[in-house]
Design a protein. Sequence first.
Lengths: 581, 593
Amino acid sequence: MNNLKSFLPYVSKYRREFLLGILALIVTDAMTLVVPWVIKEFIDIISEMPVKEQILKYVLLLFLISLGLMIGRYGWRKYMFGLSRKIEFDILNDLFKHLLSLDRFWYQKQKTGDLMSRATNDLRAVREFFGLGVLILIDAVFVIIMAVVMMSFINVDLALKVFIPLPFISVLFFFFVREIGNRHKEVQEHLAKITERVQENLSGIRILHAFVQEEYEKEKFEKLNLEYIKKNLRVTQIFGLFTPTMVFSMGIASMISLWMGGKAVIAEEITLGSFVAFNGYLMLLSWPMMGIGYVFNLTQKGLVGMERINEVFLAKPEIVDEGVKLLDIPNHGELELSKVSFSYSSEEDKILNGIDLKVLPGQTLGIVGLIGSGKTTLAQLILRFYNPISGEILIDGNSIRDFSLHSLRNYIGYVSQEPFLFSTSIRNNIALGNEDISDSEIEKIVQIAGLDSDLKIFPDHIETLVGEKGVTLSGGQKQRIALARTLLRNPKLLILDDSFSNLDSKMEEDLLQNLKKYYRNTTKIIISHRLSVILNADNIVVVDNGAISEQGSHSQLVDLGGVYAELFRNQELAKEMKIIL
Amino acid sequence: MNNSEDLRDRYKDLILFKRVLIHLKPYSSLVSLAVLLLLAVSILNLSGPYLTKIVIDDHIKEGNINGLDVIAAIYFAVLIFSFIFQFSQTYLMQYIGQKVMFDLRSQVFSHLHKMSFSYYDKNPIGKMITRVVNDVEVLNEMLTSGLILIFSDLFTLFGIFFVMLYLDWKITLVVCIVFPLLAIATRIYRIRARDALRKNRAHVSELNSYTEENLSGMDTVQCFNSEKHNFRKFFSINNERLKEDLRTVRYNAFYMPSIDFFNSLAIGMVIWYGGGRFVQDEIQLGVLVAFIQYLQKFFEPVRDLAEKFNIIQTAMASSERIFELLDTPEQIPSMVPPKNGFKIKGKVEFKNVWLSYNENQFVLKDISFCLEKGESLAIVGATGSGKSTIINALCRFYEINKGDILFDGKSIKDINKFDLRKQIALVQQDVFLFSGKIIDNIRLGNVQMSQEEIKSISIAVNSHNFINNFPLKYEQELIEGGGSISSGQRQLLSFARALAVKPQILVLDEATSSVDMDTERQIKNGIKEMTRGRTSIIIAHRLSTLMYVDKVLVLKNGKIIEFGKRNELLQQRGVFYKLCQAQIKSEQFSAEQ
């Protein structure tokens, strides 16, 4: 219920529409309830004194009512359904805005698929609750009460007899909805299994084909598939009973009405017109009876949806601006890491343990180490994707926590090994939101990043779309686009996280030259498996198991004969190939 | 964003519908039974107003109370039968729908497996999953609820029409005046609603992919401070969607009440014309009442069809996507039937092979080389020189454009591709581990392989030790992608996987990742063990690997610049010679240390 409360502001924003919608609905329902009464009057009059003039009066009356009905129906559809769409629109905007503010720490615990389903399926449930749910509830309650009143007004005795089977409908509905819900959940869970299987099959498809596993996989899939339809049929068993039971119960009520009502007319307890009107009201009841159960269902889903969306809204980022003391970061500051340690949680082993580092303005630091030694984590700490559990990261002696995230991330340019590109044009990927960037600036960056010859081959050059609808980019091309978009922002500190791994040696060398030429004053941190990239760094550190094990210039480290020297020897082939080929 | 593509009709609705129906064919007798039951239900459901007419005309008007109990009993019987028929019909139809869904889903799944690697290169996994899972699901909904709906609504419409004709054809004809109006309104609605729904769907899918993209690339978004810009874009897409949403709501808000208006209009005409005829004693009062009741029922299916229009439209879009996938031809069809017990001895020959992924941009240019049975070959070359493409051609993951590849002198085109792949073991750079037990990750579908056999293979390639360290040893469960296993261990595991198929040809793409020295040594020994006496092709990334192969191939920009026996190449003093010198230099270097 607390969840419902937090969504009420969305509704109250549109309270005018909401009230108009409900008003229109009540007008519609009232008109609907008048119709059987008009027909009753008509039949009573016509069977007593059949005069033609009387007929026209009723035809006109009905015509007027139907005009009113039309306007009423138009009104509640437009206002209630329109309202629910607008609420959905507002919630979705807020949700997306909130998602943009959450940090990596939170995202690591989430699955994209699950978040998507909150933004789509759960939101739809909330929308249906506010639109359809509220609508049916009001409609059902109003119509049921009024129809029952009218029927009792015609003949209490008859009404009581007819109502005998009606409560069953609602009771049955509750039972059905619950049981269908349970069985449906099993189906949903099984469908998730199928999804996982397909996903795994497609991820590993190259291996499966190389090892000729197609038939085996198909067999396994068919088994899973078969089980799925069995679970589905279990739902059908219940669901198949549902509608017929409903029709049956309503039928019994009509039967009683016909049977007892007929007798009452003959006994002259009620008029023929009343008898017909009585049947008319009974027909009006059938939908609201089902509607009550439907509302129950919609509410259940809507509340779950609200809860799941609220979970996202209630998530707070840990990495936030904490009382920003300093607005500007000095142009070329000295970066210092002092006893920095990090682990994802207190139970886990430390990924970084007591790192001490200093990078002077304009210097280049090279970082090497085995996979999983903590190099990337180090870069992410400098970017403040996480806060270290102990120690400090300082720029010119000020903790990076004293700067706003915005200015810190403007200061640092980070290029990762597998950069994420958006499915828009290459130009937009480079400009990345920077709309007032000029073509000449982009052109210059494209050249520095060595992309110009690649772009010439593409169908629409720099306007070529990336991904599904456009070209498939090679790993090297992606890395250079990522480099370009970072350089465009002219960062003071550039971190390259193995971001040349897919480039050939010629390109690698060209880019290093360009960086030297155009970004001489930029402080650089280069993380790489390929030693050729960091040979000329002012300082190189080897990270081993979260700590710095060796430090010095290339020649110093080779002389040391440790891990670095071994890595260097192992990479000779690649290096030689570059020189020779 | 350009959405015109999403809005284009690739198939006509009618053709799509027919194709969906074709999938019902295997169950045609069940379908006919379901339709018959449906017909019976529809007829039974029409009996209420008719019985009311009888009660009014034959009993109430005559003051005859005797027959009423009988009528009630008949009504009761009708309800019972209707209940039974309706349940059987629903169950039967669901059963058929599930069967069709099963067929279709299996078909889509196995068709995906028929696609070649170039298809997987182009299509994101998420999209393919949607075909197998969601689209089939939606289509099922159309088959079971949609199709039933259409039939039952049509039956009801015609049923009521005929009963009314039977009751009084003159009043029926008068009521008919409403139909053209209804038809015009429906047509206007259908055209507009269809357009709005299609545009809406395009916006929804754009919105979803934009959200998904932002979620996956959140690091980048935040790193570049582009939250505001992305929100503005999101807002504008969302706004477009809202516009179409509201348009749909508006169309419905006009159309639905108009149906009610026609309904009232029809009732008004019955009262006016029928009432007149009653006054002149041409019809009985019961007929008039029955007409009013039937007309109320008559417009229900019409309203229903309009409400379900959305579902049917969505289902059409899904079926379109499914058929588009099923119509994608297999790029490397198996022209040659599989042969039982097919074996390659191990001689491999490339003859002037050309291959391109995109048109005219050849990745392999005139590649020719020959390996005798049991020989090992190292391929060296820079990134993008075409090393992996040689493997792709050898395993026939891609079709070569020109030239031929011969196994024991037999053309690759004359060998069934599955037979061929069974003879080749491929070890890739990035090892993919499936969720499940370690033992199943090694033997894959070869379930008859015993644990003993697998153990001895694992010992041979040095993977036994770390597997044995798991609490459940070979029965240890891995998560997808093998999260808990280090990259060195993955490689050792993939060696065991390769040997488990007892291949004649081994293809190995050496991993470039740096691992600790101990693992490095184990990997080196594992590779030696695998290549012993087996035709092997290794894409080499380590100098040390070059030291124990028989032949070497140096590749540059898709062309061979050197190929030959290791010793001969050394004498030639070409590229390979220089590479080896570097190795010797560095060995001397480390000896000095």
